[in-house]
Design a protein around this ligand. Structure first.
Ligand code: FES
Length: 250
């Protein structure tokens, strides 16, 4: 065995004890909680989606030895620590209001009617402290209470709907559902319309791109690849006003 392979084996073999739902397992110390659970023999059927910290399916709570605190994280992003005691919350059963979005008009009062528990918030900030995305949860709840749905939408933009905020809330608010409604209302009623999008949709409907699309569809794979590679690309540091040289499809 070469030295490099020996070292790799040694590193791979370095195991630490963790407790998954009360049972001890020895797992490589470099793994995320998700990979450690799979290493230990668990199979994810639910509670796992993107594996990249985006979908919010893998909320996990854990304790560390000698520490009274409950820690939270995403199983796909958090690396295991020796003796951590963990369990996953693949779904948090928070109350979710039912509404017909078509009948809403973007008023804060609509949120108050659908989520009256909003006013049970005691501003303890536990929700913000557990958020794995560092969203200022308490602040967006405060913004909704103040009737500022746009601000609530902005603050909650990075929410991945994992539900950890609700799991720690002493007022039993479903913060993430409230934030989602605020974003929906803000997007549908409060933000300026994207006029250029309207123009592009109209262009598509009038068949402006049909011929170009047909040409692409008729190409063989090689030509298609070459055409793709030769395309004019937007520079990484392009300003807002950047436009391509070839304006035929604008
Ligand atoms: S699996 Fe999607 S956030 Fe972890």
């Amino acid at each position: 065995m070469s030295t490099t392979t020996e070292e790799a084996t040694k590193v791979a073999a370095k195991l630490i004890p963790i407790y998954i739902m009360g049972k001890q397992y020895e797992v490589p110390e470099t793994l995320t909680i998700m990979k450690a659970m799979e290493y230990a023999g668990y199979k994810y059927i639910r509670g796992c989606g993107c594996r990249g910290g985006v979908c919010g399916a893998c909320s996990t709570v854990y304790r560390k030895p000698g520490d009274y605190k409950i820690y939270t994280g995403l199983a796909c992003q958090t690396v295991v620590e020796p003796e951590m005691y963990l369990t996953q919350l693949p779904f948090y059963p928070a109350m979710r209001a039912t509404y017909n979005f078509e009948t809403l008009q973007g008023n804060p009062e609509e949120v108050y009617v659908l989520y009256p528990e909003l006013f049970r918030c005691v501003a303890c900030n536990a929700c913000t402290k557990v958020c794995p995305m560092d969203v200022e949860v308490m602040d967006y709840i405060a913004a909704v209470k103040q009737g500022d749905l746009l601000r609530a939408a902005e603050i909650s933009f990075d929410c991945i709907q994992c539900g950890l905020c609700a799991s720690r809330c002493m007022g039993e608010l479903p913060q993430y559902h409230i934030g989602q409604l605020a974003r929906r209302l803000a997007g549908a009623f409060l933000t300026p319309r994207a006029e250029h999008l309207k123009t592009m949709v109209a262009n598509i409907e009038t068949g402006r791109y049909t011929e170009g699309l047909q040409q692409l569809k008729a190409m063989n794979l090689e030509t298609l690849k070459k055409t793709y590679q030769a395309r004019e690309m937007e520079p990484a540091v392009a300003g807002e006003d950047w436009t391509p040289q070839d304006k035929q499809y604008l």
